[in-house]
Design a protein around this ligand. Structure first.
Ligand code: V1S
Ligand code: CA
Ligand code: ZN
Length: 393
């Protein structure tokens, strides 16, 4: 008989209050919306619920450069400085020269007009995102959980000394570094519609981490990396796997390809632990991504990985149609504890007004063409199998 898995879940009420700016697509409220559904559908009863803490500077500096972390931790927006000045507040902690130094902002990737705006609390937001992923790793290490979830994590683009693609601190790299203190081999899987470039880059030259990213690729789609033949270097040669795809991927083709590739990866790599970034911008109707997955199809990837009975850290990531992100991650939390979420969105959900048009958990996909032909997908799979043969040898 299959034993029930111990599933831990990290959440902090504060995380949903951070704001990238009015026009920005990244909305941390989706984490609070996910939590409300987890509570409303009663899934929390099957979880060990932990309050996420803020990661420390030392923990963050395990991956990121000290000067970059100092800059983030001292960041205060110019509008807040103006407000403090107007109100006659003393601002001893603010080194205004540094704050207003546009060269530094450029160097560290912070730009109000762009992907990584400077917003008040960006460092605490990143500390919370990272704290959950580190403690998820610790629970796995201490055998206190078989599966540990942090929907506030999964910010896969952040670089050692630079914010990139809505990500300031790479909680995933830091989580994996914690796991590597104990486990010989870590497998990283990334089903966000974007290439998991920051994580791949951090472990590009080691065979102790295998990275596998499925992503949309081509026609200037961000970030532009993750071609089929980017496979790692030195000791890491063949330990980076990329699955570049065209728009329109549907459940049938995606889930089949995912299972085929991951089955082979598990056979040849035999990881001690899996870190799974489950970005929800690969769902149909996302505001950035152009895949056409249903929530059930996205969830089948997670269920498939559960079947290997290897400890699992499950992280969030992208997702820009926020009602679908919360639907997806609440449903997947249910999958992880083997509980189905029945009935419409609970009417007493504090975010109910956002679901009013379609107050159900599973929403329709689009009627769009899948630009990936069977032949294209077979070729991709063949190439990846060839690459993995060299890992086996
Ligand atoms: N695609 C896309 C896209 N859209 C935006 C954006 C939109 C509105 C804003 F107010 C600010 C930014 N940025 C992008 C992408 C970055 C996508 C990051 C995805 C993150 C993740 O889901 O993988 C993980 C959390 N950036 C670009 O395409 C770069 C630009 C080339 C275009 C947009 N401008 C703002 C910057 C340069
Ligand atoms: Ca991806
Ligand atoms: Zn993404």
């Amino acid at each position: 008989m299959e034993t029930k898995k111990k599933v831990a879940y990290f959440y902090n009420n504060e995380i949903g209050n951070y704001n990238y700016g009015k026009l920005h697509l990244m909305n941390p409220k989706r984490i609070s919306m996910t939590h409300s559904l987890i509570v409303g559908y009663g899934v929390y009863k099957d979880l060990d619920v932990y309050t996420t803490r803020e990661a420390t500077k030392e923990e963050i500096m395990q991956f990121h450069d000290q000067d970059y972390v100092e800059y983030l931790s001292n960041y205060v927006s110019s509008s807040k400085i103006d407000f403090l000045k107007k109100n006659g507040c003393s601002i001893p902690l603010i080194d205004e020269d540094a704050k207003n130094d546009s060269d530094k902002k450029k160097q560290y990737g912070i730009d109000v007009q762009a992907d990584c705006p400077g917003f008040d609390g960006l460092y605490t937001f990143s500390q919370l995102s990272t704290g959950g992923s580190i403690d998820a790793a610790h629970l796995i290490i201490n055998n206190a959980a078989d599966i540990a979830i942090n929907w506030g994590g999964g910010l896969h683009h952040a670089k050692k000394g630079e914010a990139y693609g809505f990500c300031y601190v790479n909680d995933i790299v830091i989580c994996i570094l914690e796991l590597l203190k104990v486990f010989p081999r870590v497998l990283y899987i990334d089903i966000d519609v974007h290439h998991g470039d920051g994580v791949e880059e951090a472990f590009y030259t080691t065979n102790r981490v295998m990275t596998v990213s499925f992503h949309e690729f081509g026609e200037d789609f961000f970030p532009g990396t993750g071609g089929l033949n980017s496979n790692g270097e030195g000791l890491g040669k063949n330990y980076a796997v990329n699955v570049p795809l065209r728009p329109g991927m549907d459940d049938e083709s995606y889930v089949q390809l995912f299972k085929n590739v991951m089955n082979k990866v598990m056979e040849v790599y035999r990881p001690d632990v899996v870190v799974f970034q489950t970005g929800a911008d690969s769902l149909a109707n996302d505001k950035i991504g152009h895949f056409n997955l249903s929530i059930k199809g996205h969830g089948q990837c997670l269920t498939y990985m559960m079947g290997f009975n290897v400890p699992l850290v499950v992280l969030g990531g992208g997702g820009y149609t926020i009602q679908n992100v919360s639907r997806c991650w609440a449903f997947e939390t249910g999958l992880l504890v083997k509980k189905s979420l029945n009935g419409p969105i609970p009417v007493d959900d504090p975010f109910f007004h956002l679901y009013e048009k379609q107050n159900v958990l599973h929403v329709p996909i689009q009627q769009v063409e899948n630009k990936n032909s069977k032949e294209d997908l077979n070729k991709i799979q063949e190439e990846i199998f060839k690459q993995l043969k060299d890992v086996e040898a």
